[in-house]
Design a protein around this ligand. Structure first.
Ligand SMILES: [Zn+2]
Length: 460
């Protein structure tokens, strides 16, 4: 007799985009959840026969997809000053005259609030897993925000040893802080990573110690590198080699490393990244928003063509802005066609892989998330296909989803089997209650940071 499956808590119905190895899409399909895991995937008839007692939720024309992966997201500061930093500043000014003073003035309450708000936007756009970018002053408060909203994150903190940056310290002190972060229990959905600011703002001593720590603790290491030519010039001046060549010489490239950006890479750097199994998070909206040259370079496509490990990121609310993985996926696919003037090699489906299973693989979590398969975590997103943009429904749901939709059609989201978004609103946090708190926190932060938004056009 076939073994009867254990009972399930809930069955979701709809067209299921599994992102399994065969990339199966199941029309009139269903997904069964028990506890925090997926226990059944298949046709609705089969799944409901396996779990006859279980409630079936959703509508026939729902689209059920794996939770999206956002592989580079600043969870502090930017949210409170979103759309405050002008978009016509020369390179560097937005960071050093706006972002850095703002970060330096953040309170622990600000950190928890910004993380909650940024993750709320991400979740309501279908992002269930977020890699924090490594600019956190009060990581336990960011963890509290993630727990409150119900998001899965990797968590880091400020890591740099430059002279006068906020929260900078000598290498051993930075490493000691990160060791204590790794030793803490932040909850089941939060994985501590080693995080450095990166660029040319980390000494060789700090980077090699951080690398050793990540390897010893079997966790991820992430940092920023080469979004502009600035890092290339700085490394050439300091070391005589390009950034990735220098990192290769230090022995710090490898599968545990996720480099944010990598816009400006030479051919040899592309090879060093792919040969070492190092992953890269591409944040295409940030590069366009900040005018960083990705539409000329677009080495992410070369990384892809060489079998590189890639993921997508949304970066920050003043660099890419919307925390919406589908927008990033569509832009990435467009660049991948336009830059080489070749629409045949990379499109919506490949971009959707980056947002799901390949993104999960790039951040080392593909055994748990990124596809809808029995045994994986129940991180699931339901797109409502009753809105005007969805009619009539196309045969190829991924084509329609990536090119014709965005996060606004997300209706319901589950993380580890818990529904954290219902009807496009977070279930665990009342955003209406947070709105006045955020408004006051924004005013206070701008005041303490000494930066004043200057709307370009006068208001009356
Ligand atoms: Zn960043």
């Amino acid at each position: 007799m076939p073994r009867r499956p254990d009972p399930a808590d809930l069955i979701l119905r709809g067209t299921v985009v599994t992102m399994n190895t065969q990339r199966e899409v199941i029309d009139d399909g269903a997904v069964a959840i028990a506890g925090n895991r997926i226990v059944g995937v298949g046709s609705r008839a089969d799944v409901t026969a396996d779990f006859p007692e279980t409630t079936v939720a959703g509508r026939a024309d729902d689209l059920v997809v794996p939770g999206y992966v956002n592989a580079h997201q600043h969870l502090t500061a930017d949210r409170l000053v979103q759309s405050s930093i002008p978009d016509d500043l020369p390179p560097g000014e937005s960071i050093f005259e706006w972002a850095v003073p703002t970060h330096a003035a953040l309170t622990p309450d600000d950190d928890e609030l910004t993380a909650t708000l940024t993750l709320a936007e991400g979740l309501t756009n279908g992002i269930t897993t977020t890699v924090e970018a490594g600019t956190v002053a009060h990581p336990s408060r960011v963890a509290a925000g993630a727990r409150a909203i119900g998001a899965r994150i990797t968590l880091g903190m400020w890591g740099w040893d430059v002279e006068d940056g906020p929260f900078a310290a000598p290498p051993d002190e930075v490493i000691a802080r990160q060791e204590s972060l790794l030793a803490e229990d932040h909850g089941a959905l939060i994985t501590a990573w080693v995080t450095l600011v990166g660029h040319d703002l980390m000494s060789d001593a700090l980077l090699t110690k951080a690398s050793a720590l990540a390897r010893r603790e079997t966790t991820g290491l992430t940092f920023h590198l080469s979004p502009t030519t600035g890092d290339v010039d700085a490394y050439l001046a300091r070391t005589g080699r390009r950034p990735i060549e220098h990192l290769a010489d230090l022995g710090v490239l490898g599968p545990e490393v996720l480099i944010a950006h990598g816009v400006h890479l030479s051919d040899s750097e592309v090879e060093l990244i792919t040969d070492s199994g190092t992953a890269v998070a591409a944040c295409p909206w940030a590069y366009l928003r900040l005018g960083q040259g990705t539409s000329r370079e677009f080495r992410h496509l070369d990384l892809w063509n060489r079998g590189g490990r890639l993921a997508l990121g949304c970066d920050a609310e003043n660099a890419g802005d919307a925390v919406d993985g589908l927008r990033a996926a569509a832009l990435f696919a467009g660049l991948a066609k336009d830059v080489p003037v070749d629409p045949t090699r990379f499109g919506a489906h490949e971009a959707f892989e980056l947002l799901t299973i390949r993104g999960a693989e790039a951040i080392g979590m593909a055994d748990q998330i990124g596809s809808i398969e029995v045994g994986k975590q129940a991180d699931l997103v339901v797109h409502d296909r009753t809105g005007p943009s969805w009619y009539p429904h196309a045969e190829d749901v991924v084509l329609q989803l990536v090119w014709g939709s965005d996060g606004r059609s997300v209706r319901d989201v589950w993380v580890a089997g818990e529904q954290v978004v219902a009807d496009n609103r977070p279930t665990r946090v009342d955003l209406g209650e947070l709105a006045p708190v955020a408004a006051e926190a924004r005013r206070s932060l701008l005041d303490r940071a000494g930066v004043t938004p200057r709307p370009k056009w006068s208001s009356r």
